[in-house]
Design a protein around this ligand. Structure first.
Ligand code: ADP
Ligand code: MG
Length: 455
């Protein structure tokens, strides 16, 4: 039996890959699943306007996505609250067949985004090794490469490659028991099972068996384990058990094992197999990726527009896609041609404004304080202890780096308790240098930056 929330979650995953981020966030992800009525999925829209937008634009994609995961769902119906009483009795839990593409593991059904395949992954110098390793593992799990550790910056394709492995394994080795989790999911489940264990003595055991009976275990974003000792211990044991039984393990992170703030023995384990990094792609590869995305989403954009995007955004493919989507949705909105350079310029001006709006000096200060666990008053105050000075300097560096000349150094000095602008410059330059020579500082700056951008 599958709960309606579970069903909807899987359909969302499928839909996300097929729609623009904007449409997904604005419309689709706000719908609430009500239940299944015969062969239909009933969704509730908050307003009549939203219902109309979805009905006019996104019904097909919803229907196709639903059907591709759950073949017995033939249609999708969007209703508003006032129509609720007219809907017959809907089922909120159903015994529903799942498409062969997906493993039906009752609650913990693994679904891989169908668009994240090797075919849709553009290979260049920056990622060819990682891609080759991923393909080798997909063709021959528990072979030469075990464990596999993929690492690279945000939005460079780690999750895409893991799903590509998953999609390929499910097709070629349907009998294998494959699991993909984000590290965060694993940690949350672990914490829940500890809590549940008081009332249900089997909770912990169930959790352990689930992970230790796998043939292939994939865990995304393992940097999330930093500072979580209990979960690290659990992973360590899971890892050992799977590894000794010659099961395939694939991990990803935004940094190499040695730079993750975890127990030494776990770092060593993570690094025993193959470590493959993904770097930001070069210009040609970025353009090729944009072309591929255009093909799969049915956009018709000239090389000129794609080059413009690829030149503006150099180290995050997800952001590049965001800009691409932005141009399409803006041109649709104003009824213009997305290849008209004036339209493109307008779309991107708004885009830049929107993203600049989000980050202010306060955001940066808040993120730094949270990260180092220091009070704002201390951060901007006079204390000279190391625990305060380093966060202060990093914060100043980030303000200068992110906000650029929009906030004059004198103003930053005033904010930091009336310090001289030369003090601000000194802090900025010191951290900037240190980022190049000191891994710890570089990692801290990166963490806070990610926090600021909400990644
Ligand atoms: P990460 O997990 O490293 O943060 P993702 O795997 O989520 O990054 O990738 C972000 C987006 O960029 C996804 O939409 C993905 O399909 C796309 N992408 C990344 N690398 C490539 C590539 N080489 N070819 C095609 N698309 C890519
Ligand atoms: Mg990812």
């Amino acid at each position: 039996m599958l709960k309606i929330s579970q069903i909807w979650k899987n359909i969302l995953l499928e839909t996300e890959a097929k729609t623009t981020t904007l449409a997904y966030d604005l419309y689709i992800n706000t719908l609430e699943p009500i239940g299944i009525y015969h062969d239909r999925l009933i969704l509730l829209a908050e307003t009549r306007a939203l219902k109309n937008i979805v009905n006019n634009n996104y019904k097909d994609v919803l229907r196709v996505s639903a059907k591709s995961v759950f073949p017995s769902i033939l249609d999708v119906e969007v209703i508003t609250e006032d129509e609720l009483p007219h809907v017959g009795s809907v089922a909120q839990e159903v015994d529903i067949p799942v498409s062969n593409k997906y493993i039906a593991e009752t609650e913990d059904k693994v679904t891989f985004v169908s668009q994240y395949t090797f075919e849709n992954f553009v290979v260049g110098k920056s990622n060819d090794y990682a891609e080759a390793v991923a393909r080798a593992v997909a063709d021959n799990p528990s072979g030469k490469y075990n464990p596999v550790f993929l690492w690279g910056g945000v939005g460079l394709g780690k999750t895409h490659l893991m799903h590509a492995i998953g999609n390929s394994l499910q097709r070629n080795f349907p009998e294998k028991n494959i699991m993909y989790v984000t590290c965060e999911q694993f940690v949350n489940e672990f914490i829940e099972s500890i809590a549940d264990n008081k009332s249900n003595p089997n909770a912990m055991r169930n959790f352990r068996t689930k992970y230790r009976k796998l043939d292939v275990f994939m865990m995304d974003d393992v940097q999330f384990l930093a500072n979580k000792e209990g979960a690290q211990e659990e992973i360590f044991n899971t890892f050992n058990e799977l590894y000794l039984a010659d099961k395939q393990i694939i991990l990803s992170s935004d940094r190499p094992p040695k730079e993750i703030n975890i127990a030494e023995r776990l770092k060593t384990r993570f690094a025993t197999g193959v470590i493959a990094d993904i770097k930001p792609p070069d210009l040609e590869t970025r353009i090729a990726i944009l072309q591929k995305k255009c093909n799969s989403k049915g956009y018709n954009l000239t090389i000129k527009v794609l080059s413009l995007i690829a030149e503006k955004i150099t180290n995050n493919i997800r952001e590049m896609e965001g800009m691409l989507n932005r141009i399409i949705s803006y041109s649709t909105l104003v009824g213009g041609d997305p290849n008209d350079m004036d339209i493109v310029a307008d779309a991107l001006r708004d885009y830049a404004d929107a993203s600049n709006d989000i980050i202010t000096l306060d955001h940066i200060v808040k993120a730094t304080c949270e990260y180092f666990n220091v009070k704002k008053d201390d951060l901007v105050g006079k204390k000279k202890s190391k625990e305060i000075v380093i966060p202060r300097q990093i914060c100043i560096y980030l303000i200068c780096d992110i906000l650029g000349t929009s906030v004059p150094l004198v103003k930053i000095g005033e904010f930091f308790g009336g310090r001289d602008h030369t003090t601000i410059m000194h802090a900025r330059d010191k951290i900037s240098e240190e980022c190049k020579t000191n891994d710890v500082t570089a990692a801290q700056v990166k963490d806070i930056r990610d926090k600021i951008y909400n990644r």
